[in-house]
Design a protein around this ligand. Structure first.
Ligand code: HEC
Length: 463
């Protein structure tokens, strides 16, 4: 026992562990820290989980357009614990975004961004966008139709930014179109570049928490005054501060553990989302269905009239970022209590309702292709003619069914084609299919003449 102590003392003396970590563990925090303070540390727990599972996934994942899809199928269906691992990484991402969101709302509602914690807010805003960027880039790494089309849509949106749009889109995709080069690039973003930025800012964010202290729970009628705040805070800590461990930290630990158990539980119970089919570079869909945390943004743009959309694509995000970054400069002192700031509460309520209703609209997704469409079954194909049957299989393989209903199957982005032949002549159909239209891709260069004949034969067969 004594020997062990001696060894520890040697290591500690040479390495400085206690010197570095004891102040962090024991630093005094204001009393009365509540359960509402646990979301920041829960986000950190999620981040650690994402790093561990991400590294584990990278051992088997192959970031090349010819192998990515297969390697993920292998991870999901064959590798030991692969399904759970992908599931944890998937639900972990969702949990992290939820925790970041709640943490941010809590900080806003209790005005913890006011003096002297402005920099914590600013670094937090950067971390929020980096977290969303991780979700977005991760989605493309699945290299299935859904992930690829989501990125195509984003690149198209970026391309509309005046002057530098084309350049931005090239930067994002690594070329003019989406392909193997885009996958390499997204892999670099997802695995090296964005994590590096995240580590940097998380480190800074935490350092600030230690330097400026955790904000004390707000009290109505006790405004923040930058002239006296630091002195007042120091006295508060001296008078009634408690050591971080264990008085405040046990809540963080308990809640973090529950979040992680919930993530693992969901991963085991539901598994990761199945991949949709591999992308077919010949077809570009107008609006795919992205993961839920991107869905609100996608529905916002999908629901906007096209002529406003081009402007809003630029103005919207820039304005959001400016407002968020400017917040601690607009109001860095004064009342912190939510009771005295009813408009702040009302405002954040509106934002939450707005995002949630966009999400619900996206879920209903009449406007987005239904990527889960199953191939047409025999009862929908009213003929055994070889051309008709081939046309029906093309109708599925080329993605028409994602947007068009035929009989019971198919999506609702485009018109129902069950009885299209009673409306349109063969020539009219051909023109539409070759040229596309509002939200329908042009298939002129994609379908051969013979394939076109067969697709039309299929549509004609359903009188
Ligand atoms: C991304 C979704 C999407 C895909 C994929 C798609 N379409 Fe369409 N399609 C539409 C939309 C939207 C319209 C309405 C366009 C318009 O009116 O300008 C449309 C219109 C049509 C029409 C005219 C229907 C009418 O009543 O006017 C035909 C025929 C048609 N599509 C056939 C096809 C075929 C065949 C394919 C596959 C080779 C296909 N579409 C793939 C979205 C899609």
């Amino acid at each position: 026992m004594n020997k062990l102590k001696q060894i520890w003392r040697w290591i500690d003396d040479r390495s400085g562990f206690s010197e570095i970590f004891m102040p962090l563990i024991k630093h005094p925090v204001p009393p009365g820290a509540k359960w509402s303070y646990v979301f920041g540390s829960a986000t950190l727990f999620c981040l650690v989980l994402q790093v561990i599972t991400g590294v584990a996934l990278s051992l088997l994942y192959q970031p090349s357009s010819s192998d990515a899809y297969q390697s993920l199928q292998f991870i999901t269906h064959q590798a030991a614990f692969g399904r759970t691992l992908r599931g944890i990484h998937y639900f972990g991402a969702s949990a992290m975004i939820i925790m970041v969101g709640i943490h941010m709302i809590r900080v806003y509602i209790t005005a913890a961004y006011k003096y002297p914690r402005e920099m914590a807010w600013i670094s937090g805003v950067i971390l929020l966008f980096m977290t969303i960027a991780m979700g977005f880039t991760g989605q493309l790494l699945r290299w299935d139709s859904n992930g690829v089309w989501s990125s195509v849509v984003a690149a198209e949106q970026l391309g509309r930014v005046p002057f530098i749009g084309k350049w931005l889109a090239r930067l994002l995709l690594g070329g003019d179109t989406i392909g193997g080069h885009s996958l390499s690039r997204f892999y670099a973003y997802h695995v090296f570049i964005i994590p590096a930025i995240i580590f940097l800012f998380v480190g800074y964010h935490l350092m600030l928490v230690i330097r400026n202290g955790i904000s004390e729970p707000p009290k109505a009628g006790r405004p923040v005054d930058p002239k006296t705040y630091r002195k007042w805070y120091k006295e508060l800590l001296e008078k009634s501060g408690v050591p971080f461990w264990p008085y405040a930290a046990w809540r963080d630990l308990l809640f973090g553990a529950l979040v992680i158990i919930a993530i693992i539980g969901m991963a085991v119970a539901f598994g990761p989302p199945e991949l949709t089919q591999p992308p077919d570079p010949a077809i570009i869909y107008a609006t795919p269905k992205p993961d839920w945390y991107m869905l609100s943004i996608f529905s916002l743009f999908a629901l906007m009239p096209p002529n406003i959309e081009s402007y809003m694509i630029v103005i919207g995000p820039v304005l959001t970022i400016i407002i968020l970054l400017a917040l601690p400069f607009i109001s860095n002192k004064g009342e912190r209590s939510p009771i005295r700031r009813p408009w702040a509460i009302f405002g954040s309520g509106c934002v939450v309702v707005f995002i949630f209703s966009l999400f619900l609209l996206g879920e209903r997704s009449d406007w987005s292709p239904n990527f889960k469409a199953k191939p047409l079954n025999a009862s929908t194909i009213h003929s055994t003619d070889q051309h008709v049957v081939h046309g029906a299989s093309l109708f599925y393989k080329k993605g028409c069914l994602y947007c068009h209903k035929v009989g019971e199957a198919g999506g609702m982005k485009g018109p129902d084609l069950s009885h299209v032949y009673t409306r349109l002549s063969e020539g009219e159909m051909k023109i539409r299919i070759v040229n596309g239209g509002d939200d329908m891709p042009a298939y002129g260069g994609i379908l051969s003449k013979k394939d076109m004949e067969d697709v039309i034969a299929f549509l004609k067969s359903r009188k």
